[in-house]
Design a protein around this ligand. Sequence first.
Ligand code: AMP
Ligand code: MG
Length: 340
Amino acid sequence: MQVHDSRQRYCLGIEATADDFSVGILGFDGKVLANIIDVFLSETGGIHPREAARHHAEVAGTVVSRAFQQAGITPKDVTIVAFSQGPGLGPCLRTGATVARALAAYLSVPLVGVNHSVAHIEIGKLKTGARDPVALYVSGGNTIVAAFECGRYRVFGETLDIALGNCLDVFAREAGLRHRRGMPFGAALEQLAAKGEKLIALPYTVKGMDLSLSGLLTAAVTLLRKGECKLEDLCYSLQENAFSMVTEVTERALAHTEKKEVLLTGGVAANKRLQTMLKAIAEEHDARFSVVPREFATDNGAMIAWTGVLAYRHGVVTPVEESFVKLRWRLDRVDVPWLK
Ligand code: AMP
Ligand code: MG
């Protein structure tokens, strides 16, 4: 329980782009008072958008109450409500937006629509002290190398097909691993990969500054089904290839921009092997490496609340009639007036 400060202003942030429904409460000074995450777990481990949205609607009331309880403030203390407006899965986004609109209207406070990808970078900066990094944002739905240039985060490289987290998750599911609370597929795969010894040849596809992971996934699944390789070796080889690809693109963005920081963010940032690879290239370029803390790596409401505060302080509010969700809202389409 936190001690309520009556001079402080607070933002409540709602995240619901995919499988997580999360509510964060944060002071305008950046102090996180609450960050409750309720993840949708299906039988198969996949995300069916409408089933995930139903989960979000069912847990929303409880998650909001738990967030207030953890924060030690009451609803009337909230100054603004922020929500993830995109990109993401339509039914999930709409559920989050509906909860946000209802809360903002009930509390008579402004609504701020936040870009989910920008939020992953901003929470990474807040939590690590990075100021102007080349960011590698890797999650279940996104794989982007970005850095701030001329008023916006610019995309220097990205996946041409599936996201890194998705690649790991699909392989893990094929291999019969279980997705459990506190142990996502990627983490289960990481444990097996640590026991791998033999590097198996798999496709490595970097095209210019972009990369492709679907060929790698198909080849790994094909070998898995043949049953001739040890699962540990396959997990190890899949990780080595996929992580080398994103590291190569990040290194080139670093060389091009001559920035002095590398930030790793998004759910896959929890992976120790990926952290090691990125740290190595950062050091080679005399850049500081930082990684978002685990609690803020996966989708979370605190990152939405923080980005809402940054935007609101620079005059951004989202009228209800403009609060429709944007399923493909690209990172490089968002003005970030709080950065110079
Ligand atoms: P997000 O989409 O940001 O909520 O992050 C979820 C993604 O992060 C999923 O694809 C997870 O499998 C992945 N993930 C979580 N922990 C790890 C880990 N230790 N290693 C690799 N991937 C992970
Ligand atoms: Mg998620």
